[in-house]
Structures are given as structure tokens and as C-alpha cells.
Design a protein around this ligand. Structure first.
Ligand SMILES: [Mg+2]
Length: 211
């Protein structure tokens, strides 16, 4: 017991000395400044749309069966995207964090061609409490490049991002590059890498949609 108290006391003294040292060397104001700018930015969470917030797996599965790719794939996707329901688990996460004061920010590789139906669909579930960033028309870069641009130019300067949800591992790696904790959504019935989804059998046989 005596030993534990002594360790705590030493740790306290150690931290106090560190703060004193920083103050003496004029480093502390810089640290405070960083903390202040962090606090000024509103807390937010980044959420992907397709196969995360929206249950779009059947569209991609059907497209795969039809062997669609490139423009044909996206025309097919655009035709059905407006009618996709939300994944209840993702909706619950977004609502919970929104009620706690964290802004939901949807960053999607969907083209702005789908802006109106996408906004309508999100508003139908959570109202007007979110921001939405989409791929510009005719931007054909990979998803992670599109999202990285949006993240660095639009989102990070204004928001303190607590975590990101995405099913595309390349997007996850991109977010992680900026120090953002990422929750990787694994789709057992969608388009994810089989190396990642090989453990998904228990989810696939449950009554929870496994995306
Ligand atoms: Mg996705």
C-alpha cells in the first residue's frame, strides 16, 4: 500500500516538474495554443455512405453478377442508389454521436450527380444535422484520392475528427495517415477483399445485416 502511494506521488511530481520545465522554457504557451485550436474546432465523426451508412451491398453484388465495371457499374449503381435503406447499426451510431454534440460528416465517392437523392435520403433518416461531401462531376480519381482532398481542404481545418467509419481499406489507410482512428466496416456479402471477410460466417448467418 505504502509502495503504491509512493509511486503515485513520484508520478505526480514527475508530471509537475515536466510542466514546470516546459513553462520555464516557454514551451507551455505553444502547447496551450494547440489545445485551444483543437477545442475551437467542433468535434465530428466521418461516415462513409455506400456499404456503411446505406445498405448498398445488393447493388454491388448484382453488378458483380452482371460483370459490370467502369461507367456501366456506376450507371447501374446510380439507378438504384436512391432507394437504399440505411443500415440500422450505422444509423444508431450516427444518431448517438449527433445527440452527444458530434457532427456527422459524410464523405463519399458518390458523384454529385446523385447529390439531391443522397441528401433527401439522409435527411429522411437524421434530419439536417450533417455535412455531405461528394465527388465532383467527371472526377474519376480513386476514392481515397477524392476523400483525401476533401479531408484536408474542407474538413480538417474546421473539425476535430474523433474517428472515421469506412469499408474500403484504402480509405481507412488514408484516414489513418492523418492520425484519425478508423473503424473498418467489414462486408461479408459485398465487395470487400476475401482475405478480410473470411471470418464473417457467423455474421452472415445471423439476422443482422452483415455489411
Ligand atoms: Mg463504402
Amino acid at each position: 500500500m505504502h509502495r503504491i502511494k509512493k509511486v503515485y506521488a513520484n508520478e505526480y511530481e514527475h508530471q509537475a516538474n515536466k510542466r514546470l520545465h516546459l513553462f520555464k522554457n516557454d514551451v507551455l504557451p505553444v502547447i496551450r495554443s494547440d489545445a485551444d485550436s483543437e477545442n475551437k474546432r467542433r468535434k465530428a465523426v466521418i461516415v462513409d455512405l455506400d456499404d456503411v451508412f446505406f445498405y448498398t451491398n445488393p447493388i454491388f453484388t448484382k453488378a458483380k453478377i452482371l460483370n459490370l465495371s467502369g461507367d456501366d457499374l456506376w450507371k447501374f449503381f446510380n439507378k438504384y442508389a436512391g432507394s437504399c435503406p440505411a443500415n440500422m447499426w450505422a444509423l444508431e451510431i450516427v444518431k448517438l454521436y449527433s445527440r452527444a454534440g458530434l457532427k456527422p460528416i459524410f464523405i463519399t465517392a458518390r458523384s454529385k450527380e446523385l447529390q439531391i437523392i443522397t441528401i433527401d435520403a439522409i435527411v429522411g433518416y437524421i434530419g439536417w444535422c450533417f455535412e455531405l461531401y461528394m465527388r465532383e462531376l467527371n472526377d474519376r480519381r480513386p476514392s481515397e484520392a477524392v476523400k483525401e482532398d476533401i479531408l484536408t481542404k474542407e474538413v480538417l481545418p474546421r473539425y476535430n475528427i474523433r474517428f472515421a467509419l469506412d469499408d474500403d481499406i484504402k480509405n481507412c489507410e488514408m484516414f489513418a495517415k492523418y492520425g484519425i482512428p478508423v473503424l473498418h466496416v467489414i462486408n461479408s456479402e459485398g465487395k470487400s477483399c476475401p482475405d478480410v471477410t473470411k471470418y464473417c460466417k457467423t455474421l452472415a448467418v445471423s439476422d443482422i445485416r452483415s455489411d
